[in-house]
Design a protein around this ligand. Sequence first.
Ligand SMILES: [Mg+2]
Length: 750
Amino acid sequence: MALLKRNLWTLFLLTLTAGSAILVLLLLSSWQSIVAEQKSLHSARVALVAQSMDSVLRTQELLLTVVGREILRAGDLPQSPQHSPELDRILQENPVAIGLGMARADGELMLVSSSLNLDLLPNLLRTETSRDSFQEALAADTMVLGRTYFMSAMNNWVIPVRKALRGPQGDVIAVMMSGLRIDGQAGILSNSLHSGAYDRVTLARASDGHVQFMSEQGMSPEQYFKFRYQAETLIDQNPEWESLPPADTPQSDTPYTYRIHRDQQNYLGAAQFNNRFQMWVMSETLMRPLWVMFFKNALLYISIFLGSFVALFIMFRIIAIAEAKRLKELMYLSRHDELTGVGNRSGLSASIDSLLRRKQSFMVAVVNIDHFRGVNDRFGQEYGDQVLCAFARRLLSVVGEKDVVARLGADEFVLLIKAVNLQALESHARQLSHQLDKPLELEQFPLQLGVSIGVAVCPRDGDSVNTLLRSAHLALYQAKKSRNDWCLYREELEQAYIRRVQVEQRLRKALNLGQLTMVFQPQVDHVKVVYGYEALVRWYDEELGQVGPDEFVGVAESSGLMPALGRFVMEASVREFSEFVGVQGEMRKLAVNISVLQFLQPGFANDVLSLLSRYALSPKQLVLEMTESLFISNFDDVLAVLNELREQGVRVSMDDFGTGYSSLSLLRNLPLDELKIDKSFIDGLLDDHKAQNMVASIISIARSHQLELVAEGVETEGQYLALMAMGCTLFQGYYFGRPAAFPVEPKSPH
Ligand SMILES: [Mg+2]
């Protein structure tokens, strides 16, 4: 679960990282796109303005040269300033200019267009704003741009352009000049070349850095004519990262882009240099609005990213919660029993492990329902399931809140009791047994169940899941022997278990090799005449020595060897008996002890009948001795087999009568021919009133049910006489004869 959860969130982190990388790329791309767009815009604008200006200036230069020479050819300059109709005519054809004039080399304007007031004409050499550029014009062969200034004679701001006209010897005869209008009424120089508040288009003189013209929001000639760029921020513009080295820029007639820090502001722009007229054309914008534009884009991208991130996080969280819920359900299913809802083996192991880690003392009680299979067989599995569920609820009701109930298998449950008082273990187990003994309230009818309980305590009886359960099972095995009982684990049980395993292994071998033997104990009538024999199995093992039938029959029943043992007993008894009575030629009876497991073998009745037929015995000679437990479970199945055998004449006897739970109604419903009084009653017959009463009662029951009665274990004459006096007529016991092999049988176990 943790791995999956980690993987899920790892996937989320990877997605987030990839998303962040994409966001960074998008932001970078957005910034580059903004910058590229601005560069492209300013480059195009600069190229357009520079070309237009070059064209205008070249036209002006040509015009000034031609007109000037025409005027000089027509005659010398006048002695005093005059308006010139010729210049007025030219001015009308030249809307780019606001005024025209011709000056002498000493700076005095002698001919002017009528747009100039003759009284206000300046001397260009003596006026500060025009002196430098006028001198430049006197020295230059090409037209020279003067500083932008306010010309009072025209009452207007102009960009003066001046062209010196020279004589044959190269001396300056006159200087033609034109004032270019910057009010936007004609030509390209208007305050609409820029776009937006942070944008500007600038023309500047290369020689001194004076701004000739500036198109910028809120900017007028009065303001910008004072501007003068420092050489390092104009001529030697620093083209950061740009392709054109600064040294080459003046020679370039194509725009180049730059970024520059000037007057505490950052600018991005493009510039082009006009080499002929020594003029820079620049178009630039402040970086700040670009940053603003970028941050707006970035805000949008980041909002989308954050929105997607939140949606993704919610989606992953929903998946993680669903996954956790599913894993929790799976974990619950893996640790609980599907039918009853209590824990299963895996859940129990986890609980025990957890307690072991905390080094806590606790008690493990394995609880097994006695004869549960009989409930299933008689009432059906659906009812059986109801019983298991009701029993699980009962278990939950008898344990504490922190204790654990688990179901290991069919009818086997385990209680894990945490608060345990080692001194009061016995009373705890007894109390548990008592509480579980009460009838279960079920929908159809209440049911009284017998339970056997095996108890082990940690750490005394085991320090792991396996050893504790094993100890509890050994105790359960012991408890099962007496049914409806409880047992605490003791070390002797371990020895008993090892003995049981040894007995099982040796018995398996003995059965394969036919090492068991039969002995026969005579049964006599009231005058001590033998009328039959009870066949008894004996086993002498090389390693174990003499093993009692009580021990190895029990082992055979619990280890699946009972059918083989039963087959051996039946076959050997019938064979040896037939050989013996064949010699004697008498119709005596043979009593054989039968286990419930044999009755449930398919074809048991047919096998018995064909065995009798094979050895030429009449079914009437055979008595099957059964114990009462045979009828407690699988009642209907056993009844059918019994009836089939009785129809053929086989007789049925109930062995050890009086020791079990038989009721009179059971006797009435059973197809019985005989009762055998258990030896324990005969033992106390002479000095125990209870035993005498019991025997008297059994004799009375036998009579009232028309059943024959055999007294077992008669060992003294006194017992024989007492039984005779009470009305008993058939006997078996050492007093009459010990179990022994028939004389015709050559082999003997001893
Ligand atoms: Mg018997």
